[in-house]
Design a protein around this ligand. Structure first.
Ligand code: SAM
Length: 356
């Protein structure tokens, strides 16, 4: 399919927009009358306070190369779109990591040991943790952490139904900030962070190392980190994975602007931005951007941003590592690599690290 066809499909996917459903109960007989009205996104946002992330957005759009924080991808719709990406043929990441978890979760559980407090960073739909929970011996508790609240709570409810004997305490938080993990009822033998999905790849190496340091502080001496790390590979494979034929990644990327229009009263013209992801071999990373199809202006919270034709907004990095290059970043944070599991094609790795 031509790129324009893909983008058009992506736009149709996101144009379904918010609808407000008013449910009225009559005083007699409890009959429900449902009125459905579609409001303009901007009118709705104008009536509300601006979300807390707006300063960060304005700062990012004010730099020489315009950027937006990738954590903003994950509103309710963005999390759903990410789940669709995980199902794509081209997106080897989830398929390969799932297979590694399925094949080696017993060894991972053995490395972690009994009685741990397990904290998952960026838990999303909490699917990969199931392999581990099937093998862990007497975990003290499981704390899935995610910024996408509704999605997290729904996934945690499903997990609680599957693992009624495990204490599960979902926590809506930004893992780049400070947050307290609820103490489990049982005293844990150690703390271990599980960080799948190669979400660490979204951080430039210096920031990744800083984030790993905060994880090191959280788990303390004797604590561990089980982390999914995507490996460097054929750029064609990477290009296909981040520019899928169905346009789901394009919809995911554009949803960021949809969210800003809806929640922050911005006025990005959605039909004038195009998704594209390219591999940067010097930095070993995929760079995902939204390109302005014309000269245009967008405003958000009283700030005006001019776009030249072809100018882009950088929305996400996805760094690719070798076992050695990731080991160096982990070592800067004080972690030692204990065990590494990879697939036969060397696409992806799951690594167990400990603090000495
Ligand atoms: C690439 S997805 C991975 C999801 C899932 N762990 C997996 O492996 O398929 C990244 C996840 O991290 C969450 N996330 C991204 N940035 C975050 C942040 N700063 N704080 C908390 N959660 C974040 C997103 O909401 C999303 O669920």
């Amino acid at each position: 399919m031509a790129i324009h066809g893909i983008q058009a499909r992506a736009r149709r996917q996101i144009a379904s927009g918010p609808r407000f459903t008013t449910v009225k109960m009559t005083s007699r007989g409890g009959i429900q009358i449902t009125l459905t009205t579609t409001f303009s996104d901007n009118a709705e946002a104008g009536a509300r306070a601006l979300p807390g992330y707006v300063d960060e957005v304005i700062e990012g759009l004010s730099t020489a190369e315009k950027t937006l924080p990738c954590k903003l991808f994950y509103d309710e719709r963005g999390s759903g779109l990410f789940d669709q990406i995980c199902e794509l043929d081209e997106y080897y990441v989830t398929r390969t990591e799932n297979a590694l978890m399925g094949a080696h979760a017993g060894e991972m559980a053995e490395a972690i040991g009994p009685g741990c407090l397990l904290i998952e960073y960026g838990a999303g739909s909490s699917t990969k943790i199931r392999s581990l929970l099937d093998h862990l011996r007497d975990p003290a508790a499981f704390v899935p952490v995610d910024i996408s609240g509704e999605h997290l709570v729904r996934a945690a409810d499903e997990l609680k139904a599957s693992y009624p004997d495990v204490e599960i305490n979902p926590l809506v938080a930004d893992f780049t900030g400070s947050f307290d993990v609820p103490a489990p009822l049982i005293e844990p033998a150690r703390s271990v962070v599980y960080f799948p999905g190669s979400t660490i790849g979204n951080f430039a190496p210096g920031d990744a190392s800083k984030l790993l340091k905060t994880i090191a502080e959280r788990v303390g001496l004797g604590g561990g980190l089980l982390i999914g790390v995507d490996l460097d590979k054929d750029p064609d494979v990477l290009h296909a994975a981040y520019n899928d034929r169905k346009g789901v990644t394009a919809a995911f990327n554009l949803n960021l602007l949809v969210r800003l229009n809806r929640e922050a009263g911005a006025d990005f013209n959605l039909s004038c931005f195009t998704h594209r992801a390219a591999y940067n071999p010097e930095s070993s990373r995929i760079e995902m951007r939204l390109y302005s199809d014309r000269r245009q202006t967008a405003q958000i919270a009283g700030h005006r941003f001019d776009f030249d034709m072809g100018e882009s907004i950088l929305t996400e990095y996805s760094h690719k590592y070798t076992i050695e290059s990731f080991g160096r970043i982990a070592a800067e944070a004080g972690f030692q690599t204990r065990q590494v599991w990879t697939d036969a094609d060397g696409l992806f790795s799951v690594q167990y690290l400990e603090l000495d």
